[in-house]
Design a protein around this ligand. Structure first.
Ligand code: FES
Length: 92
């Protein structure tokens, strides 16, 4: 089942760097990302905002968006520890 990204079609166009990152991620993970553009996601004060499934990410930077998606879709490639599982402390 693809990861769903939901964003505002108007606000995302004001942030071409985020739009490019989304396009790169869709290309990097074919058939694993579903992009839904709505007329407004009620995040007008938090642009660029994006929903990844049900998680809201306000004022997301392109590199942060890429990290979040890569962690979801290829957790072993970006982190030794899955999302939500704390790393041991102190680090080895
Ligand atoms: S008009 Fe873009 S989030 Fe509201």
């Amino acid at each position: 089942m693809p990861v769903q990204l939901t964003m505002c079609r108007f606000c995302i166009r004001s942030r071409p760097e985020v739009q490019r990152t989304v396009a790169q991620l869709v290309k990097e993970f074919p058939n694993q990302i579903e992009v839904e553009e709505l007329d407004c996601i009620a995040a007008c004060d938090d642009v660029p905002a994006i929903m990844i499934e049900t998680d809201y990410h306000p004022q997301v930077a392109p590199c942060e968006l890429a990290r979040l998606i890569r962690e979801r879709l290829s957790p072993q490639a970006t982190s030794a520890h899955p999302v939500g599982v704390p790393a041991p402390y102190p680090p080895a």
